[in-house]
Design a protein around this ligand. Sequence first.
Ligand code: MG
Length: 160
Amino acid sequence: MNIRIGNGYDIHRLVSDRALILGGVQIPHELGLLGHSDADVLTHAIMDAMLGALSLGDIGHYFPPTDPQWAGADSLVLLSQVDQLIRNQGWQIGNIDSVVVAERPKLKPHIKTMRDKIAEVLRLQPHQVGIKATTNEKLGPEGREEGISAYAVVLLVSSS
Ligand code: MG
């Protein structure tokens, strides 16, 4: 079998004294995401999808939140490590599709920068990195602005 597919999901809590970082991009907002690392939910969902495609577990296994080494970590650095892991196993990314669920702020103006950044880290073309944004119609934790979540699907292609 020369293709594999994986999905990933993440959610982090919005708080007042943190930066909002999504897809490696710092987005001006009065709230940011709380987490051990930079709490970049989008990058976390993509990493989990990459690992999931090869049944390699989840990011908590590789970057445990109890490990001080990952405190405040730039999630793009972790993404690069996960990319190396899948490349070492003979796989490369065909494409990524993802969605960020956030009531506010409007993410549309930042999507291109996020795609470019993730593509650069993963050594892909931006057209291989799909990022969409939606509100949750004021429903649930995202709708109440208690948190931001992200979903990702990643297709891996055998590089041999
Ligand atoms: Mg996370």
